[in-house]
Design a protein around this ligand. Structure first.
Ligand code: FA5
Length: 341
């Protein structure tokens, strides 16, 4: 029996050396110290030994048991320590890694465009004036020399509201009356930026919502030359000295004479494309000398005062500047487009 115990101890300790993880360690414990292990068998058989052999074998069996338990405990500690070191190593916070970039908000391209136009006019001495996006029929049309049933109202495909005589402004021109009524009879040099809404047949250059920038100058001896000079200077401030512009005679009920002004289409360099409808020119705005009736409605005496006004679409300026071939990109909220600005 004694040589068996030595053998059991030696073999168990050998096996323990090759144990590398908690699961194998538990398997080792069951095999070598568990109920059915050889060592426990020795304890079970003590009663069958001769009386004088029993204490000797029993003592030796207890020594082996303690030795194996102690080796088990040491191995368990070693494995635990190794696992801890491993996980500390693997899960270590690496402060040298670059941080995750926080996405930054930015200005919408339509806002950038509006602000660029505002800055150019501000540099020419114009002041910003805000007017309402939802306005009365009187301001949107009536005071602009378009009484009810005036056929020119059809030039603006207007969104009406459920409130009688209240509509979303289809252009920024009603702001002319607001600013004149506030400042008359002082001279005015103002720009009125803001969103406009139209029930529009949408295409590459027309949207149902778009920014306009209204320009208004009222004073004494203001001439058509001032209007042309201001608009042409604006074009050069945005696109450089070489930009070509043109004025075309047109009609607006609130200006006389009236014109539309185009900038050379920079998407096709004047050759003609889908954005400029093949003309080589992109219409940027309407303009003219403020109609005497409008001056009067604003509180100015047309015999003494004159003025010019213009309304330009600022998304179209951005389109020319950045070669954007479809205005619908502005409000379709495609991040691939928006993130380019
Ligand atoms: C007007 O709205 C006049 N109020 C402009 C004006 C002001 C004339 C002062 C005289 C004196 P018009 O409808 O042409 O005019 O629009 C002016 C500009 O706004 C256009 O040239 C274009 O640049 C822009 N615009 C008009 N409709 C749209 C649209 N649906 N989508 C994008 N831009 C538009």
């Amino acid at each position: 029996m004694l040589p068996d115990l030595a053998q059991i101890e030696k073999k168990a300790l050998q096996l323990l050396e090759s144990v590398q993880d908690e699961a194998s360690l538990e398997a080792w414990r069951i095999a070598n110290l568990g109920r059915s292990s050889l060592l426990m068998l020795v304890f079970d058989q003590l009663g069958k030994l001769a009386k004088d052999e029993r204490p000797v074998v029993g003592r030796r069996a207890n020594e082996v048991k303690r030795a194996l338990e102690s080796a088990f405990s040491d191995r368990s500690n070693t494995l635990h320590e190794t696992a801890l070191q491993h996980s500390l190593q693997a899960e270590r916070l690496d402060i040298t890694l670059p941080g995750r970039a926080i996405p930054h908000g930015r200005l919408h391209p339509a806002t950038i465009s509006l602000r660029t136009a505002i800055r150019a006019f501000a540099d020419m001495g114009f002041q910003v004036y805000r007017s309402p996006e939802v306005d009365t029929d009187e301001y949107n049309f009536g005071l602009l020399n378009m009484p009810p049933d005036h056929p020119a109202r059809d030039m603006w495909d207007t969104f009406f509201t459920s409130m009688p005589n209240v509509s979303l402004r289809p252009h920024t021109s009603p702001g002319q009356i607001h600013v004149m009524r506030q400042y008359a009879p002082e001279p005015i040099r103002a720009i009125l930026p803001g969103m406009c809404y139209r029930y529009e047949q949408i295409n590459a250059r027309k949207e149902t919502q778009f920014y306009q920038l209204e320009v208004l100058a009222v004073g004494k001896n203001i001439s058509l030359g001032d209007l042309k000079g201001t608009v042409s200077d604006f074009a050069r401030r945005i696109f450089g000295q070489k930009i070509r512009t043109r004025f075309r005679a047109s009609y607006f009920p609130f200006t006389e004479p009236s014109a539309e002004y185009d900038f050379e289409c920079l998407l096709c360099n004047g050759k003609g494309c889908i954005v400029c409808a093949g003309t080589g020119w992109l219409e940027i705005g309407g303009c003219g000398m403020v109609h005497p009736i409008v001056l009067k409605n604003g509180g100015y005496d047309p015999a003494e005062f004159s003025g010019f006004a213009a309304g330009l679409g600022t998304e179209r300026i951005m389109m020319l500047k950045h070669h954007i071939d479809d205005i619908r990109y502005f409000w379709s909220n495609d991040m691939r487009f928006l993130e380019q600005f």
